[in-house]
Structure formats: C-alpha cells, structure tokens
Design a protein around this ligand. Structure first.
Ligand code: Z5A
Length: 214
C-alpha cells in the first residue's frame, strides 16, 4: 500500500504571491520525484470552478447573503475533497492548494464577522479530521499587496472591492490561526523581492522535508 501523500496549503491576503509560490512549491516537490497535484480554492474541480464564478462575480443586481457565501465555499470544498484532494492523497500524491479552510476563517470569520464556531461546525462536517500537513502563510502589509493587484490591471472581483479595513481584519484572523497552530504554519514575510521570498520558502520546505524523512 502507498503511504498517504501530504497536503500543503498557501494562504494570505490578496496579491501576496500565493499563485506564484504555489508553482515554486510544486517544483520543489517534483524535483524530489513526487507526484504533485496543484489546485486552488474556491475551485479545483469543474463544479467547484462554477461555484467560484458565483462567488467572485461582482453582479450588483442581487447581493450575496453572507451565509449563502459561506455555504457555497463549503459546498465547493466538499466537492474538491471528494473528487480531487482525498483520492490524490490516498494514491500517494502530494496536494498543493492555493487557499483552503484557513481562508474561510480569515475572510468569512475575520472579514465578514461570522462566528468561528459556525465555521468550525462546517469544517468538521466537510473535512472530518483532515487538516493540511503544512500551511505557508504569506504575510505583508495590506496596502502594498493591494498595489500589486492594481498593477496587474484586472477588473476587481467581488472580494477585491472590499475596503482596507476588511483586509486588515483578514490579516489579523490569519495571524490568529497561525498562533493557534504554530506547528502547522510557517509565516513568510512576502513584502520582500520575489527572489528573497522564494529562497526562504525553499529553506523552510527543505527543513520540513528533512523532518518528514527522519
Ligand atoms: N475566499 C474566501 O473568501 N473564502 C475562502 O474560504 C476561500 C477564498 C478559499 C479568490 O481567491 C477569493 O476567494 C479571495 C478570497 C476568497 N479574494 N480575495 N481577495 P484568489 O486566491 O483567487 O484571490 P487573490 O488572493 O485575490 O489571488 P491573487 O490576486 O491572484 O493573489 P496571489 O495569488 O496571492 O498573488 P500572485 O498572483 O501570485 O501575485 C500577485 C502579483 O504580484 C503578480 O503580478 C505577481 O507577479 C506579483 N508578485 C508576486 N510576488 C511578488 C514579490 N515578492 N514581489 C513583487 N511582486 C510579486
């Protein structure tokens, strides 16, 4: 029987470099001969990606209710876990996911103010005991990250239209998550030039790799 693969997530506010560094993490693992599945949330499967469209669409005709938003996120996650994440881990592949449930505690908990226990009940329902083995939290001041997003020049999605105070609350909630699970999290200062950020991520991955292989 194959040993179960490991589950690595990248987290942080908008524009901190999650997508860019998901690629780096995948490269690091593939260099070590592993099967790697790169994915993202919300999304990751065809139906999950359809739910992502609903969540990001800034359609102003009908505001999205906060509970509806929360349930859509967990609906996409249930599909993602059932169709992609769990099967991959069970066959021994490593899964690298751009955002996961810490994002729900940060955005819906910190940003929207939804009670953490309600989020925790849905987490237990959808995930059972499954948690990431490692979470890289890319952290940087909100205003500097926003500048990166604006420089990209895309039309803002429903979340990107939120105010600075929303993103400050998201950042604080991420720090609270990391403080509550210090062995799972690695916090990376993402405000530095990309080469410096990537050198540190490689170092932290190497340290974990050695730990996992002893
Ligand atoms: N959401 C939620 O509310 N609840 C949940 O449970 C989940 C998600 C799972 C979509 O996610 C939205 O869903 C998200 C929260 C919500 N909305 N927000 N905000 P997303 O992951 O697609 O959204 P995002 O954070 O806006 O992604 P992003 O803008 O693509 O950011 P990123 O992936 O962290 O950054 P990037 O694309 O790698 O880099 C951004 C730019 O900066 C790019 O041009 C890079 O080349 C550049 N970059 C990257 N690193 C550097 C450094 N070090 N220096 C200079 N420039 C850099």
């Amino acid at each position: 029987m194959h040993p179960r693969g490991r589950f690595i997530t990248l987290e942080g506010g908008e524009g901190v470099g999650k997508s860019t560094n998901t690629t780096l993490v995948c490269e690091f693992l593939r260099e070590r001969g592993l099967e790697v599945v790169a994915t993202r949330e919300p999304g990751g499967t065809p139906r999950g990606e359809a739910i992502r469209e609903l969540l990001l669409d800034p359609d102003e005709l009908e505001p999205l209710d906060e509970d509806a938003e929360l349930l859509l996120i967990f609906a996409a996650r249930a599909q993602h876990l059932a169709r992609l994440i769990r099967p991959a881990l069970e066959r021994g592949a490593w899964v690298v996911c751009d955002r996961f449930t810490d994002a729900t505690f940060a955005y819906q908990g910190g940003g929207r103010g939804i009670d953490r226990q309600r989020i925790g009940s849905l987490e237990a329902l959808v995930q059972g005991a499954l948690q990431p083995d490692l979470t890289l939290l890319l952290d940087m001041p909100v205003t500097a990250a926003r500048e990166r997003v604006v420089a990209r020049g895309n039309a803002p999605d429903r979340f990107e239209r939120e105010r600075g105070t929303f993103f400050e609350a998201v950042r604080q909630a991420y720090h609270a998550r990391a403080a509550a699970a210090p062995r799972r999290f690695e916090i990376i200062d993402a405000a530095r030039p990309l080469e410096a950020v990537q050198a540190e991520i490689r170092q932290r991955l190497q340290a974990r790799w050695s730990l996992w292989n002893t």
